[in-house]
Design a protein around this ligand. Structure first.
Ligand SMILES: [Zn+2]
Length: 118
Protein backbone atom coordinates (compact mmCIF):
# COMPACT_ATOMS: atom_id res chain seq x y z
CA UNK A 1 0.00 0.00 0.00
CA UNK A 2 1.27 3.47 -0.85
CA UNK A 3 2.26 5.84 1.94
CA UNK A 4 -0.55 8.32 1.35
CA UNK A 5 -3.11 5.50 1.21
CA UNK A 6 -1.78 4.15 4.47
CA UNK A 7 -1.98 7.61 6.05
CA UNK A 8 -5.59 7.89 4.92
CA UNK A 9 -6.50 4.48 6.33
CA UNK A 10 -4.81 5.35 9.58
CA UNK A 11 -6.67 8.66 9.86
CA UNK A 12 -10.00 6.98 9.24
CA UNK A 13 -9.24 4.24 11.79
CA UNK A 14 -8.25 6.83 14.36
CA UNK A 15 -11.43 8.81 13.71
CA UNK A 16 -13.56 5.69 14.06
CA UNK A 17 -11.76 4.75 17.26
CA UNK A 18 -12.27 8.20 18.81
CA UNK A 19 -15.96 8.05 17.93
CA UNK A 20 -16.38 4.57 19.45
CA UNK A 21 -14.53 5.51 22.61
CA UNK A 22 -16.65 8.68 22.94
CA UNK A 23 -19.84 6.63 22.65
CA UNK A 24 -18.61 4.20 25.27
CA UNK A 25 -18.03 6.99 27.76
CA UNK A 26 -21.54 8.38 27.18
CA UNK A 27 -23.16 5.00 27.72
CA UNK A 28 -21.31 4.46 30.98
CA UNK A 29 -22.38 7.90 32.25
CA UNK A 30 -25.99 7.26 31.33
CA UNK A 31 -26.01 3.94 33.16
CA UNK A 32 -24.32 5.41 36.23
CA UNK A 33 -26.94 8.17 36.34
CA UNK A 34 -29.80 5.68 36.23
CA UNK A 35 -28.43 3.24 38.76
CA UNK A 36 -29.37 5.22 41.88
CA UNK A 37 -32.97 6.17 41.12
CA UNK A 38 -35.94 3.99 42.06
CA UNK A 39 -38.74 3.65 39.55
CA UNK A 40 -42.08 2.85 41.21
CA UNK A 41 -43.75 1.67 37.99
CA UNK A 42 -42.81 -1.93 36.99
CA UNK A 43 -43.26 -1.00 33.33
CA UNK A 44 -40.67 1.72 33.67
CA UNK A 45 -38.34 -0.70 35.36
CA UNK A 46 -38.78 -3.22 32.55
CA UNK A 47 -38.08 -0.53 29.95
CA UNK A 48 -34.96 0.47 31.79
CA UNK A 49 -33.75 -3.12 31.96
CA UNK A 50 -34.31 -3.51 28.20
CA UNK A 51 -32.44 -0.27 27.53
CA UNK A 52 -29.59 -1.39 29.65
CA UNK A 53 -29.18 -4.82 28.07
CA UNK A 54 -29.37 -3.17 24.66
CA UNK A 55 -26.63 -0.75 25.69
CA UNK A 56 -24.50 -3.58 27.04
CA UNK A 57 -24.88 -5.59 23.83
CA UNK A 58 -23.86 -2.56 21.81
CA UNK A 59 -20.86 -2.03 23.98
CA UNK A 60 -19.81 -5.66 23.58
CA UNK A 61 -19.88 -5.25 19.81
CA UNK A 62 -18.08 -1.90 20.08
CA UNK A 63 -15.41 -3.41 22.30
CA UNK A 64 -14.64 -6.05 19.68
CA UNK A 65 -14.46 -3.42 16.96
CA UNK A 66 -12.28 -1.18 19.14
CA UNK A 67 -9.86 -4.10 19.69
CA UNK A 68 -9.73 -4.75 15.93
CA UNK A 69 -9.07 -1.09 15.15
CA UNK A 70 -6.32 -0.93 17.77
CA UNK A 71 -4.74 -4.05 16.27
CA UNK A 72 -4.88 -2.53 12.80
CA UNK A 73 -3.25 0.68 14.06
CA UNK A 74 -0.59 -1.44 15.75
CA UNK A 75 0.09 -3.22 12.46
CA UNK A 76 0.42 0.13 10.68
CA UNK A 77 2.88 1.17 13.38
CA UNK A 78 4.84 -2.08 13.06
CA UNK A 79 4.86 -1.94 9.26
CA UNK A 80 3.03 -5.25 8.90
CA UNK A 81 -0.29 -3.72 7.85
CA UNK A 82 -1.68 -5.28 4.69
CA UNK A 83 -0.06 -8.69 5.21
CA UNK A 84 -2.31 -11.71 5.34
CA UNK A 85 -2.20 -13.48 8.71
CA UNK A 86 -2.72 -16.83 7.06
CA UNK A 87 -0.52 -16.97 3.94
CA UNK A 88 1.71 -13.92 4.49
CA UNK A 89 0.74 -12.55 1.10
CA UNK A 90 -0.30 -8.97 0.41
CA UNK A 91 -3.91 -7.97 0.92
CA UNK A 92 -5.16 -5.89 -1.99
CA UNK A 93 -5.35 -2.11 -1.33
CA UNK A 94 -8.98 -2.04 -2.46
CA UNK A 95 -9.88 -4.60 0.18
CA UNK A 96 -7.91 -2.75 2.84
CA UNK A 97 -9.64 0.52 2.00
CA UNK A 98 -13.05 -1.10 2.23
CA UNK A 99 -12.24 -3.02 5.40
CA UNK A 100 -9.02 -1.81 7.06
CA UNK A 101 -9.40 -4.11 10.09
CA UNK A 102 -9.17 -7.25 7.97
CA UNK A 103 -6.27 -9.61 8.63
CA UNK A 104 -6.80 -12.03 5.74
CA UNK A 105 -6.42 -11.69 1.99
CA UNK A 106 -9.53 -12.38 -0.01
CA UNK A 107 -8.44 -15.95 -0.90
CA UNK A 108 -7.79 -16.95 2.70
CA UNK A 109 -10.96 -15.23 3.86
CA UNK A 110 -13.03 -17.17 1.32
CA UNK A 111 -11.35 -20.39 2.31
CA UNK A 112 -12.04 -19.71 6.01
CA UNK A 113 -15.68 -19.00 5.24
CA UNK A 114 -16.01 -22.19 3.27
CA UNK A 115 -14.52 -24.16 6.16
CA UNK A 116 -16.93 -22.50 8.60
CA UNK A 117 -19.88 -23.55 6.50
CA UNK A 118 -18.87 -27.21 6.30
ZN1 LIG B 1 -3.86 -15.11 2.53
Amino acid sequence: MRKQDLARVRASLEGQLAQLLGQGVETVHEMAGQAGEELPDPNDRATREADRSHALRLRDRDRKLIAKIEEALGRIEAGTFGRCDSCGGRISPARLKARPVTTFCIDCKREAELRERV
